[in-house]
Design a binder for this molecule. Structure first.
Ligand SMILES: NC(=O)c1ccc[n+]([C@@H]2O[C@H](COP(=O)([O-])OP(=O)(O)OC[C@H]3O[C@@H](n4cnc5c(N)ncnc54)[C@H](OP(=O)(O)O)[C@@H]3O)[C@@H](O)[C@H]2O)c1
Length: 232
């Protein structure tokens, strides 16, 4: 079993923590306001969960999920994450989460920003194209006909293998899109951001399963709008 550290324990972080606990993993949650503010979340998750500071969650995790508003990326503690596998769920949503000047200036694309900050970590982009409510409901056992596939991208093959194994335990297959730069193919504004949306209810749960074939078609389809214009 894996210990999953969380830097950010909101919609996506706490949903993944629930999936992790249900799969038998230990989870260490953190946020910006301190461990004491996560007590009720930890109690709901049960004895496999505890709350900590971001640095403690970083060092406790075999794999660490960063799931914060992207504008706060510089506050992710780089030193404790040296040599570690980091899952980057971040999307750029300036209207809702505040702007990042280096993205707006074209210096660094949003999908590469965390890796440029965490130069000593193996960053794998994953969970960034699924709405948290759909993430909570679309997981299925391995081999189920309606099991969904999630894209991931990263530059370290061993890190991607470890993340794929974790994601499998959480109820999803993975589709390796390639190096981290290729995560632009499932960034905001791309068709792949719509993979699990119910055509009738859009963000309504439970969402729509997407197979590897469904995802492959979306990953190669032409983007309807440039990155950053259709975020959530
Ligand atoms: N919502 C979705 O369905 C979805 C889907 C895919 C990707 N994403 C992306 O995933 C990221 C998280 O989204 P979300 O909806 O889960 O956000 P959220 O519900 O607003 O949660 C954000 C979490 O980050 C924490 N945080 C903020 N600044 C921090 C810092 N400096 N250090 C440590 N923790 C910090 C917050 O803690 P405090 O409350 O204590 O500040 C909170 O726990 C975003 O980049 C978003 O674009 C979201």
């Amino acid at each position: 079993m894996t210990t999953i550290g969380f830097i950010g324990s909101g919609n996506i972080g706490s949903t993944l923590a629930r999936l992790g606990v249900d799969a038998g993993h230990d989870v260490v949650l953190s946020n910006s306001r301190g461990p004491e503010t996560l007590q009720s979340t930890v109690e709901r998750l049960g004895p496999r969960a505890r709350a900590a500071t971001p640095s403690e969650a970083a060092t406790a995790g075999d794999i660490v999920v960063v799931s914060i508003p992207i504008r706060a990326y510089r506050q992710v503690p780089a030193q404790p994450l040296q040599g570690r596998i980091v899952i980057d769920t971040l999307n750029y949503d300036p209207a809702r989460q505040g702007s990042v000047p280096e993205i707006d200036a074209g210096d660094t694309p949003a999908h590469l920003l965390l890796q440029t900050h965490l130069t000593g970590s193996s960053v794998v982009k994953a969970f960034s194209n699924i709405f948290f409510k759909h993430l909570a409901t679309l997981g299925r056992p391995a081999g189920a006909p309606d099991r969904s596939t999630l894209p991931m991208a990263g530059d370290d093959a061993a890190a991607k293998q470890a993340v794929a194994t974790l994601i499998d335990s959480l109820g999803y297959d993975t589709y390796d899109v390639g190096p981290l730069a290729e995560s632009r193919r499932f960034a905001p504004g791309t068709p792949a951001q719509h993979a699990y949306l119910d055509p009738a209810g859009m963000f309504a749960a439970p969402g729509r399963p997407a197979s590897a074939d469904d995802l492959a078609k979306l990953l190669t389809a032409r983007a309807a709008s440039p990155e950053g214009t259709a975020n959530r």
